[in-house]
Design a protein around this ligand. Structure first.
Ligand SMILES: Nc1ncnc2c1ncn2[C@@H]1O[C@H](COP(=O)(O)OP(=O)(O)OP(=O)(O)O)[C@@H](O)[C@H]1O
Ligand SMILES: [Mg+2]
Length: 338
């Protein structure tokens, strides 16, 4: 039993993660910080390669062999996960924090029935009897909306549809009622109707079980309605954060504005999708200034030279963009001259 009184379930402080490859050090996560309270739903959004999954894997400490956390801390209920030994870390995974992986086919083992895989997840973290474990697996499948669960547990992953496999993944992740669920693009491979069903289901479970959720996605539209707060990632860093309203109606980073423009608009479906122009930065050779500056229409000289610090636009809203800093300085100067 932890004696810790931290109000946060999870605190990520200045996290840095790199992969050491033959071509050099790939700096995938560069100084990410955020907090998560019990029951809170946070979205992580960003283009492909922005470091969303690596941030999630760093929290769970499930990086590829070449990957290493090179700086910062991850605290769970105030305890630094770096101090956990392998056994304690294995207990953390699944029981305290579990993850729905981006691709269900790579995380479900094709040679075992789905039932045996869910039961294994339950067995690892509880002292339930064999019959109880089986009953729990069936109950979990029912909970995530899998029809005929008693029959399904004897089926193999390839016998299920994509949507069903995704539900099985969710059942596995939720089997031990974790405090934190990380859902890494849980719906990208699915068609729109099933996407909506799964998102609804996750919100329902969040309400019923009170867990916190980190929703990872490249699609801002998907998470708009469900998140208490959203962080926007680019080049392994958070460039903007705020409530859904802050991000949708008052975006202060050109990259966020670009992401918003790339969402298909339901009210005006004739409008073309506008992808953000330019290519993502080379993580092997990070620029000196703002990571987004080579793709930013509004870039100034200072953007090339110095990294912008995160500044507060309001209590809930922060952005790391020189334009905000410039504007604030001008306002202050204006105020001083008045
Ligand atoms: N094992 C690895 N070795 C080298 N580089 C890696 C490895 N895993 C990830 N990376 C690099 O780290 C960066 C961040 O990757 P990450 O998977 O976190 O992106 P992402 O935001 O999840 O993107 P997506 O939306 O495509 O899932 C990418 O440039 C990726 O190429
Ligand atoms: Mg990813």
């Amino acid at each position: 039993m932890s004696t810790n009184t931290s109000e946060y379930l999870l605190e990520v402080k200045d996290l840095h993660t790199s992969f050491f490859t033959d071509s050099g050090e790939v700096k995938a996560v560069n100084g990410v910080s955020f907090t998560l309270k019990p029951g809170e739903i946070m979205g992580i959004v960003g283009e492909s390669g922005s470091g969303k999954s690596v941030t999630a894997y760093s929290i769970m400490r499930i990086l590829a062999d070449t990957g290493r956390i090179t700086g910062g801390q991850v605290l769970y209920r105030g305890e630094d996960l770096a101090t956990y030994d392998n056994k304690k870390m294995a207990g953390f995974r699944g029981k305290c924090c579990s993850i729905i992986f981006q691709d269900p086919m790579t995380s479900l083992n094709p040679v075992f029935t789905v039932g045996s895989q869910i039961m294994e997840a339950i067995r690892l973290h509880t002292n339930k009897s064999k019959a109880e474990v089986k009953a729990r697996a069936i109950e979990m499948l029912e909970l995530v909306g899998v029809n005929e669960p008693a029959k399904r547990i004897n089926q193999y992953p390839h016998e299920l549809s994509g949507g069903m496999r995704q539900r099985v993944m969710i059942a596995m992740a939720l089997a031990c009622e974790p405090d934190i669920l990380i859902a890494d693009e849980p719906t990208t491979a699915l068609d729109v109707t099933i996407q909506a069903q799964i998102l609804e289901l996750m919100q329902d479970l969040q309400k019923r079980l009170g867990m916190a959720i980190i929703m990872v996605t490249h699609d801002l539209g998907v998470i708009a309605d469900m998140c208490d707060k959203i962080v926007v990632m680019y080049g392994g860093s958070i460039c903007e954060r705020g409530t859904a309203d802050d991000i949708f109606y008052d975006a202060r980073h050109e990259y966020t504005k670009g992401l918003l423009r790339s969402i298909p608009n339901v009210n005006n479906s004739k409008e073309r999708l506008i992808p953000i122009s330019g290519t993502p930065i080379n993580l092997l050779n990070m620029p000196k200034g703002c990571a987004f500056c080579s793709r930013c229409d509004k870039a100034m000289k200072i953007c090339l030279e110095q990294k912008p610090q995160e500044v507060s636009i309001s209590e809930t809203h922060q952005a790391a963009c020189w334009m905000n800093i410039k504007k604030m300085m001008e306002e202050q100067a204006g105020g001083a001259n008045a």
